[in-house]
Design a protein around this ligand. Structure first.
Ligand SMILES: [Zn+2]
Ligand SMILES: [Zn+2]
Length: 284
């Protein structure tokens, strides 16, 4: 029996599993990539995932981090890795120390502090890259991207043995390419993320949109969150295949959020959008 009833969205070969209600809990996992964005209250389904990418310390995003780590130990798994803003690591270690004293068992952990621009290898060729957001001191978003090598155009017609020969001569025959797979903005005030090429071209964008009512534009920036009108402006400058909306408040009914998104977005953009918690809306 699972601890949570998570939303599940299938996007081609990737599954997105998650729960996100502002102030209550946010946890969004992509099991095939072995990453979980924020940890919420550590639902059972994310325990086998080896990497948690924590965007900031607010309780609704971080509450379960110690439990996640201890459940991995309990289940005989390797210590979990948590990437988190570098300024939070010491506090997180103190929390683990306190839990260790309370529980009587030390919780094994691999805590990795990240600053904007840092990269961490999740698997060979798969990396998490942190970028700055505007929410709390040190808050970050993450893009998970694949790095491959692509044969330079001028060598495209060569045979295998010819390529081997060039390699032997030490000639660089390929260029590095990056394929951004998923970007998670975490909680953030509006920022022009279109300045980051890997965000623009991420196959999947997971964006918060906390405020929907017209009169709440000011409240969105005061609370360092995004309003639907700001999201609409941003999406107009991005080129994602799928956009998943997270972090709705309990105050905005789902039907209202659907209506406001439809009103704010041009049809071609609206077509790509899925509200994480809108279980009625599934895409093959
Ligand atoms: Zn939040
Ligand atoms: Zn927050």
């Amino acid at each position: 029996m699972s601890s949570h009833n998570l939303s599940e969205i299938q996007l081609g070969d990737l599954t997105v599993l998650g729960y996100s209600v502002a102030g209550e809990e946010t946890v969004i996992a992509l099991p095939q990539l072995d990453v979980c964005f924020d940890v919420g209250k550590a639902p059972d389904q994310i325990i086998p995932i080896s990497h948690v990418l924590l965007t900031h310390g607010h309780m609704d995003h971080s509450a379960g981090f110690a439990y996640y780590l201890s459940q991995r130990k309990f289940c005989g798994m390797a210590p979990g890795t948590i990437l988190a803003p570098a300024n939070l690591i010491r506090t997180m270690e103190e929390i683990l120390d306190s839990w260790g004293r309370l529980d009587g068992n030390r919780i094994p952990a691999n805590l990795v502090g990240v600053r904007p621009g840092d990269e961490y290898a999740i698997k060979p060729n798969l990396f998490a890259r942190a970028f700055p957001t505007r929410h709390t001191a040190g808050s970050v978003g993450f893009t998970v991207l694949e790095k491959r090598k692509k044969l330079k155009a001028e060598y495209a017609g060569l045979t295998g043995p010819q390529i081997v020969e060039l390699k032997k001569q030490g000639i660089a025959i390929d260029n590095p390419v990056e394929i951004p797979i998923v970007t998670y903005l975490g909680d953030t005030q509006y920022v022009d993320f279109s300045q980051l090429d890997y965000v623009v071209h991420s196959r999947i964008l997971i964006a918060e949109c906390t405020f929907y009512e017209d009169e709440h534009v000011g409240r969105a920036s005061a609370g360092r969150h995004m309003h639907v009108d700001e999201l609409a402006g941003l999406l107009g400058r991005l080129d994602n295949e799928h956009v998943i909306i997270s972090h709705l408040t309990a105050r905005t009914p789902m039907s209202e959020a659907r209506k406001m998104l439809k009103k704010a977005l041009p049809p071609a953009t609206h077509e790509k959008v899925i509200i994480l918690m809108d279980r009625k809306y599934r895409r093959p």
